[in-house]
Ligand binder design. Structure first.
Ligand SMILES: [Cu+2]
Length: 98
């Protein structure tokens, strides 16, 4: 599904989803939430750690900006609209590994 038109007058909420397989714990969740809110202060961010699913109800940022924010925070976003359904094995990388 592609939406090209963008009304310039209204704050349009766009649901954007990513799978972030290198997100491993609650610390990752809060890091990502902060990073996403930094680029879109009005966004609602929902993260499900079990399925490694990140859903953003974006008001200003587009998918590219949000993906960049996730990358800047040190994670690898997979845009769900374009990604094949979960076949990727979780990576071994973790921010909380000792
Ligand atoms: Cu973590």
């Amino acid at each position: 599904m592609t939406v090209e038109s963008r009304p310039s007058n209204a704050a349009e909420i766009q649901m954007i989803s990513f799978e972030v397989n290198d997100m491993t714990c609650g610390h990752c969740v809060s890091t990502l939430t902060k990073a996403l809110k930094a680029v879109d202060g009005g966004a609602r961010v929902q993260i499900d750690l079990a399925s490694r699913r990140v859903q953003i109800a974006a008001t200003q940022a587009d998918a590219d900006e949000l993906a960049d924010a996730i990358r800047d925070a040190g994670y690898t976003p997979v845009a769900l609209a374009e990604a094949p359904p979960a076949t990727a094995a979780p990576t071994t990388g973790s921010c909380c590994r000792r």
